[in-house]
Design a protein around this ligand. Structure first.
Ligand code: SF4
Ligand code: SF4
Ligand code: SF4
Length: 365
């Protein structure tokens, strides 16, 4: 049981408006609609009440991982005054990982975390069909029944971390007539007090949300099984990545791939004609561009312990490689070995930055 309260009739937008009105925050970062009635949205910073009406904070889209967005915003310094950010759990987890990597400052950032039903691939949302297909009302209807909305990102359908692991204010909305707010942190509690909210004992999440959790766990297992069958052995890996065109979009949009000078973009990979000639001597034929598998394996070793399975990489892949499902499957197994869940706790050290003498003895055998 926790201290909770129902959102008022003005909903999440009304709540954000009150935060601004009462000067508890200087600004709000949330999704904003770019075109009336269509699914085009972008993260925006709003500092005036007059501009709030375009905000769609719980719209089921992730045009960019919000953790990466807040990292851009706070990279040099934290804002001087409090700013509220409305994010989905995998975005918060990415933000926490980025803060550990000194890529974000969380002081004065008030995190409002959404219990998340998943997001649609962005290409679905920028299509006129969103209106014609009544997509959003079908989405809400599915969640009311504890079902995965059809057509959401595949990793979302298998996401068991759809409840914020860390947030100042949690918005529980799955299986609820009206969203319910809880305030787990001191900062959250101060806000509840400043707003004069009456909190009552209650469950943070509904029983319908528990039903969805079980379905998500099952789907995660299914994804993991399918991917492991597909990528079995070097032949499997070659086969799944052989259509990669080396655009590197998957790494550009990944919140965890933050390096400004990526090794895989470096001159190390500028080969001479002789290099290709020698390769041809050995193999008779080579697929161009070369090193696509090396890129994925390298990226994986660099960031798989921090992959938050957000699905951004898969969403942008022009040749439909299930990048996020692969990274989620491998990342999740690796994270379990280290007993590490990215973004669970700001104080938990990144596995590759610490050395435990009592781990991986089996490798010595
Ligand atoms: S991966 Fe999980 S938290 Fe992230 S958008 Fe999908 S369902 Fe939500
Ligand atoms: S986005 Fe797709 S095609 Fe581009 S590098 Fe990544 S896996 Fe390859
Ligand atoms: S590898 Fe893909 S799924 Fe994992 S954090 Fe990066 S963008 Fe998200």
């Amino acid at each position: 049981m926790a201290k909770v309260t129902e959102l008022g009739t003005s909903g999440l937008l009304g709540f954000l408006e009150t935060l601004l009105e009462k000067k508890l925050v200087k600004g709000i970062i949330a999704l904003r609609s770019l075109e009336d009635k269509l699914g085009k949205v972008a993260y925006s910073l709003v500092v005036s009440k007059d501009n709030l009406s375009g905000l769609v904070p719980d719209f089921p889209a992730m045009p960019a991982n919000g953790g990466k967005v807040i990292s851009y915003f706070t990279l040099k310094n934290a804002p001087l005054e409090p700013v509220a950010v409305v994010l989905r759990p995998c975005e918060i987890r990415a933000l926490i990982e980025l803060a550990k990597l000194n890529q974000a400052h969380l002081e004065n950032i008030i995190i409002i975390g959404l219990e998340c039903g998943g997001v649609y691939p962005y290409e679905v949302l920028i299509d006129q069909k969103v209106i014609n297909d009544n997509l959003i009302s079908r989405y809400k209807e599915s969640l009311k029944n504890g079902e995965n909305p059809s057509g959401i990102r595949p990793v979302c359908a298998g996401c068991e971390n759809f409840r914020p692991l860390y947030a100042d204010i949690i918005v529980s909305q799955i299986g609820r007539e009206k969203p319910v707010l809880s305030f787990p942190t001191d900062r959250g509690k101060e806000i509840a007090q400043a707003l004069g909210l009456t909190l009552e004992e209650g469950e943070i999440y509904s029983s319908i949300s528990d039903v969805l959790l079980e379905k998500r766990k099952e789907e995660k297992e299914n994804i993991s099984k399918r991917i492991k069958e597909e990528i079995r052995g070097i032949e499997g890996l070659v086969k799944i990545f052989d259509r990669c065109i080396a655009c590197h979009c998957c790494s550009y949009v990944c919140p965890i791939c933050y390096c400004k000078d990526c090794f895989f973009e470096s001159a190390t990979f500028d080969y001479s004609p002789m290099y290709y000639y020698n390769m041809l001597q050995d193999k008779g034929t080579i697929k161009l561009p070369v090193d696509t598998l090396l890129f994925h394996l390298g990226r994986m070793t660099h960031m798989a312990t921090s992959c938050v399975a957000c699905g951004m990489c898969e969403d942008v892949c022009p040749v439909n490689i299930p990048v996020a499902r692969i990274f989620k499957t491998i990342g999740s197994d690796l994270q379990q070995l280290f007993n590490y869940l990215p973004g669970r706790d700001l104080e938990e050290a990144l596995p590759l930055t610490i050395y435990e003498t009592e781990e991986f003895h089996e490798i010595e055998e």
